[in-house]
Design a protein around this ligand. Sequence first.
Ligand SMILES: CC(C)=CCC/C(C)=C/CC/C(C)=C/COP(=O)(O)OP(=O)(O)O
Ligand SMILES: [Zn+2]
Length: 443
Amino acid sequence: MTAARTKTQQEQWMVENQVFQLFDLFADLPRNAKSALVELQRDKHLEYLTKGLKRLDPSFCVLDANRPWLCYWILHSISLLGDYVEHEVEDNVIDFLSRCQDPNGGYGGGPGQLPHLATTYAAVNALITVGGERSLSSINREKVYMFLKRMKQPSGAFRMHDAGEIDVRACYTAISVASVLNILDDELIQNVGDYILSCQTYEGGISGEPGAEAHGGYTFCGFATMILINEVNRLDLAGLLDWVAFRQGREGGFQGRTNKLVDSCYSFWQGGAFALLQRLHAILDEQLANYGPQTGVASDISGGEESSDGTQVDDKTCHFKLGGTNASCPVNLNSIGYNFVKQPGEMEALYHRWALQQYILLCAQDMEGGLKDKPGKRRDFYHTCYSLSGLSLSQHSWSQDEDTPPLPNAVMGPYANLLERTHPLFNVVLDQYYEAHEFFDTP
Ligand SMILES: CC(C)=CCC/C(C)=C/CC/C(C)=C/COP(=O)(O)OP(=O)(O)O
Ligand SMILES: [Zn+2]
């Protein structure tokens, strides 16, 4: 074991101690006091988030390259909490993000900064979250497409920015943006699957680049990408399930990689992988029976065009084959994200949902607003966003379909803790996703 991992072990004992002390205290409390401790501090979180957004307002003059991310983390968290910001603030966000848009496509971290795939993903998701004609039409889709094409590498993977790093994050942000904007095509997906496959490690999770260590953030990115390009059956899903199942710690939260500490942001990155697996039961069952990626298993989500009323037309004959799309029966790539959430979930999530919710509410919540990585850390917008996103996925993972609200026993604490539902592939709230899907549905 390396010195770094030995140190991690000591930290692990400290975190476990703190968490288990909290659990012990919690266990001894009377019922009503318990309920108060796992109550989502909705108003406090909204206050913290709204203040954070206003601090960036009106000129968004903070000097860093993270501002589209801050907009997304804050706006998405507010949206998960079922609220929205004042029109004036929305207008400022739209104006600011428009100034981050590069004349040659894509969004930089601030006005005049180099366009970057991560900030492009954040800006697009933030604008979808704001919603409405002004916000959605501010995205120059033709130019975004040009930017994505420029970032595409001969290997099939993507670069984060001109001369930037090539990794699985870049593949996900490029494909997610293209899919949600309805500009995904065969050129963009060419050989992306080969690159992602080369990053699935012996542990079963996915690493950032070939030869690196499997990690929750990259596992989510690689897995979601494979679904969006309709090649998910090429992954060893049984191996991936095995890896992610062992990432839930005794504290209830997830760790990002083997022998590391639990951290609330993995509630989304690892919890998200479970939400995706839940809708791939047919492929998973087949792989579990044979243990290994299947060559001839058809992906249910690929087939079927969407009809004009938005429902999926069942077309079980339209299947893709290993290594690419079936030329005789082309798949509508841009419908995959839509069909994915429309199909009913037929399998329960395969992790301890109650334990995860307990970790988020009891250990990661700052009672003064905002959420943090773990006890002893400070709240921040990144952890607030991904803890709430993971909490939402966990609460809704019991529902068969989107029209059936979760049963009370799916929601830890009072039922008022229930958050809005998020799209497990793009991580934008479903109502806003549907609005964007309709808006960008025009060719
Ligand atoms: C859409 C998008 C841009 C996604 C990003 C995905 C993501 C969270 C990647 C993780 C990157 C990484 C290796 C963190 C390790 O940090 P660490 O060593 O501090 O954390 P650890 O101890 O938990 O592994
Ligand atoms: Zn974290």
